[in-house]
Write a protein that binds this ligand. Structure first.
Ligand SMILES: *Cc1c(COP(=O)(O)O)cnc(C)c1O
Length: 454
């Protein structure tokens, strides 16, 4: 008898609500603060920058379930559900008794999970009468998803892409431009924030922090323009819970329940989106699933950062967010997992980490590509360099299971494919990639002036 490998939900039975873990958290996350007054931000204040509905979702700590608008569901149905796949070939290569499942979020035309939030964000913008959206993008997955979502809702999109990522992954700008977006490398001379950054450091390679500063500045100085964000914020993670909610039903079809849920970690949206629907059962039903967020060793905010109020961007334009951070001035090494080069963690995840409800692991760049190569050669999918971190953490756990003779069930999120990242693979294969580490003194120096949290 051949074993079932793939579990898919019918188009009409995908979840119709997102899960808001803020309502169920034993300790609620601390509120974002207005940097000028140091008082909690209100929906109206946040609404100057973001779609109002997203701001309501951001600060909602009461409603556990949020209806997905019918028009958004309709767009989700073009590519959802995404497959849940049992990785038999990977298990066999590792000789592990563990059962490994992955939720394949690369299986949509944009190639990553980012589209799950781009669609609702653009939908709410259009509903509220916005004509233009702007954003930052690192490796370009978010920019590509936003460019597409803007186009389907008739919005103009202006994207600031991290300069170094633009050079490493030129095809992502082509994708964004194909969908009609205007793409600018950040830091650029087109904003005050960009000019200041270039003046201070003319060779600045750019970071998500610089690009966010420029996009926020554009949104606040352009009428009818809203800023959108692909990670970090709570409403983004809320939209991504479609991943875990589907996976929950698909694991049921497979007659299993995960002992571990693993995802890579940039700002936390694919991690939270995959993990929170399962964490809900830890909180409410006494389940004991472990949750593991895999971050790059070169950008280790979860494992080595400090819990402080910090800005989400380099220039200090965003609200102050309570987060595990390496400091908003931190310049991450030029690793190929561009989507993980961000200094801080979202507020929900930061609180959950503080409360011991999840843990972080840090993965060196070479180990991430070792795992990605193994996955490509067994399962036939070339993973995004970001996703390679989740695979590496999964491999570590599966090997531990082999050594301990434990038959655990592991679920990880394959957040995207790496087909636009082949220069990174070429460099790995040619032996041109290296590991990066950062010194404790640098973390201390970068975080010394941040606002302490009680
Ligand atoms: C953006 C991105 C990430 C990191 O962002 P999170 O918000 O932490 O999920 C991970 N994987 C891929 C493929 C991405 O595009």
């Amino acid at each position: 008898m051949s074993k079932q490998k793939k579990f898919i939900l019918e188009e009409n039975s995908i979840p119709t609500r997102w899960y808001n873990i803020q309502a169920d958290m034993p300790t609620k996350p601390l509120p974002p603060l207005n940097p000028a007054t140091k008082r909690p931000m209100t929906v109206e204040e946040l609404g100057r920058v973001f779609a109002l509905e997203c701001c309501k979702q951001e600060l909602d700590t009461e409603h556990a379930w949020i209806d997905i608008p019918e028009e958004v569901l309709d767009k989700y149905r073009y590519y959802r559900s995404t497959p849940l796949v049992r990785a038999y070939a990977l298990e066999k290569a590792l000789g592990t008794p563990a059962h490994i499942y992955f939720k394949n979020e690369s299986a949509n035309p944009l190639g990553s999970h980012k589209i799950n939030s781009a669609i609702p964000q653009c939908y709410y913008c259009r509903e509220e009468g916005t004509t233009n959206v702007t954003t930052e993008t690192g490796a370009g997955q978010w920019g590509a998803a936003l460019a597409y979502a803007a186009k389907i809702y008739g919005l103009e999109a202006a994207v600031y892409q991290v300069k170094i990522s633009m050079q490493q992954k030129p095809y992502r700008s082509s994708i964004m431009r194909t969908f009609g977006a205007t793409v600018t490398g950040s830091p650029s001379m087109s904003t005050r924030a960009g000019k200041d950054i270039i003046t201070a450091d003319p060779t600045h390679p750019g970071s998500l922090g610089t690009a966010i500063s420029e996009a926020v500045e554009l949104a606040t100085t352009t009428p009818g323009c809203k800023y959108t964000l692909g990670s970090v914020l709570s409403h983004v993670t809320l939209h991504q819970t479609i991943i875990g909610l589907e996976a929950e039903r698909q694991m049921e079809m497979a007659d299993e329940y995960p002992d571990m849920v693993i995802a890579c970690f940039g700002g936390g949206s694919n991690f939270g989106g995959t993990a929170f629907p399962f964490m809900r059962h830890n909180i409410k039903d006494g389940k004991t699933t472990e949750f593991i967020a895999a971050e790059p060793a070169s950008c280790p905010k979860l494992t080595r950062g400090v819990f402080r109020y910090d800005f989400g961007d380099e220039a200090g334009y965003t609200p102050l967010l309570p987060m595990f951070t390496l400091g908003h001035g931190f310049k991450p090494a030029n690793i190929h997992a561009g989507g993980l080069r961000y200094h801080g963690a979202g507020t929900i995840v930061s609180q959950l980490l503080k409360d011991g409800m999840m843990r972080g692991v840090d993965i060196p760049q070479l180990e991430s590509f070792d795992a990605g190569m193994l996955f490509a050669r067994t399962e036939g999918i070339i993973p995004a360099p970001e996703s390679c971190h989740a695979i590496a953490a999964t491999v570590r756990e599966a090997v531990r299971c082999r050594e301990a003779g434990e038959k655990k069930t592991i679920l990880f999120c394959l957040s995207g494919h790496g087909l636009i990242d082949m220069t990174s693979y070429d460099r790995y294969i040619d032996g041109d990639l290296q590991n990066y580490s950062i010194a404790d003194e640098d973390i201390e120096k970068n975080t010394a002036d941040l606002l302490h949290v009680e």
